[in-house]
Design a protein around this ligand. Structure first.
Ligand code: 5GP
Ligand code: ZN
Length: 109
């Protein structure tokens, strides 16, 4: 989609260092991290939010990517939180999963 920042990142129109990338999914650091590790797991295809996602295979890929990155960043030991905003609560209207850590039990944002 023209004017979408994450589509531009997916098309490499904006340079970005990816933590992980395959043909469908990309992972890069949030520009304004709220935790020492704050990554965005993003489908390359423009999908606005969860209500717009009707591809089980893509959901599975996002899940598998999360598992890879959680383990790679040792967040399985340090604690992590995932967040998906939608329905107008998003700053960027292109589906993405925030992955943040380390997180202690009962710690708030
Ligand atoms: P949302 O509120 O849409 O769930 O969160 C969007 C996130 O994207 C925010 O945490 C914001 O800091 C991040 N963000 C916005 N623009 C950019 C950008 O150009 N590059 C990166 N890496 N993150 C961005
Ligand atoms: Zn987009």
């Amino acid at each position: 989609m023209d004017n979408c920042i994450f589509c531009k990142i997916a098309k490499k129109e904006i340079p970005k260092e990816f933590i992980y990338e395959d043909e469908d999914v990309m992972v890069f650091p949030d520009i304004h991290p709220v935790k020492p590790i704050h990554l965005l797991v993003v489908p390359k295809k423009h999908i606005v939010d969860l209500l717009d996602l009707d591809e089980p295979l893509l959901l599975e890929k996002l899940h598998n990517t999360l598992k890879i990155v959680i383990r790679e960043k040792n967040l399985s030991e340090l604690g992590y939180r995932t967040v998906i905003n939608g329905g107008g609560a998003q700053e960027v209207p292109h589906l993405h999963i925030h992955l943040m850590g380390p997180i202690q039990p009962a710690q708030t944002l």
